[in-house]
Write a new protein. Structure first.
Length: 86
């Protein structure tokens, strides 16, 4: 997968939230949108991708908040979202 972002992989803005990295967050979100998943199915999908029980709720709140506060991070997410498989 080509990376079109200028963010270094060691950038602290990419630190996982509740154990959920940004790539995993993008995959779960893309799957949820593609499958029109409701809350319970979304959590189950996240767990099937290795997200620990209870971690998705925090990551699902904090990743968007982090991106709203940082346009560079939001652009990086947009690039990732376009590249990950649902």
């Amino acid at each position: 997968m080509a990376n079109h972002s200028t963010l270094d992989p060691t950038d602290p803005r990419l630190a996982p939230i509740a154990g959920v990295d940004l790539v995993t967050y993008a995959r779960v979100v893309k799957t949820a949108i593609a499958g029109n998943l409701r809350a319970e199915a979304l959590v189950a999908r996240a767990q099937s991708m290795g997200v620990a029980d209870g971690s998705w709720q925090l990551a699902g709140l904090e990743w968007p908040a982090r991106m709203r506060a940082d346009r560079g991070l939001a652009a990086h997410y947009g690039a990732l979202y376009g590249q990950v498989a649902a």
